[in-house]
Ligand binder design. Structure first.
Ligand code: ADP
Length: 150
């Protein structure tokens, strides 16, 4: 049997946007399975409670057995090993993202040998970020166009 190629897609996902979903969906062309891992930072109060983020992701991917939802704290590469993922999946929107992702990929490769696989954002989603969605929500704007429909 050939080895399953698993990737870890880690982030805060506060909230999970259609930009994130696009990276996961397109990542499935490269990987047999993807673990979407919500990073927990005990020092930071999230905008969307963790339980809600987990529940939403589980609903979005309920019919796709290739996707697993998990949480982690600590190093992303340790989480990847724990979940049997040999790759880190990331999205790149801008030049600024690129440089940040390049540094992260270097550090993670040095720590563990795990390679990062970067997928370009779709042009129409390249300006979308969780922080922009939070900002819009704080002004009472309907954020439903920016988050996956269930
Ligand atoms: P953080 O790493 O700050 O927790 P996020 O949870 O927002 O960031 O993002 C996780 C990953 O998703 C990152 O690789 C980020 O570049 C990517 N990403 C976020 N928004 C988009 C988008 N609109 N299009 C493509 N990739 C995105």
């Amino acid at each position: 049997m050939t080895q399953q190629r698993m990737a870890l897609f880690a982030g805060s996902f506060d909230p999970f946007t259609i930009g994130h979903k696009s990276i996961v969906d397109r990542g499935l062309q490269l990987f047999d399975g993807i673990v979407i891992a919500i990073g927990i930072n005990p020092a930071k109060k999230p905008w969307q409670p963790l339980e809600q983020r987990i529940a939403l992701l589980e609903k979005i991917y309920a019919d796709d057995s290739r996707i697993k939802i998990a949480t982690f704290s600590g190093l992303t590469v340790d989480a990847a090993r724990r979940f049997g993922a040999s790759f880190l999946l990331r999205g790149v929107r801008t030049v600024a993202d690129f440089e940040y992702e390049r540094q992260l990929a270097d550090i993670n490769r040095n720590l563990s040998g795990i390679e990062s696989v970067l997928i370009y954002a779709l042009p129409q989603l390249a300006s979308l970020s969780s922080s922009a969605v939070r900002e819009l929500a704080s002004h009472g704007v309907d954020i439903s166009p920016y988050v996956p429909t269930i």
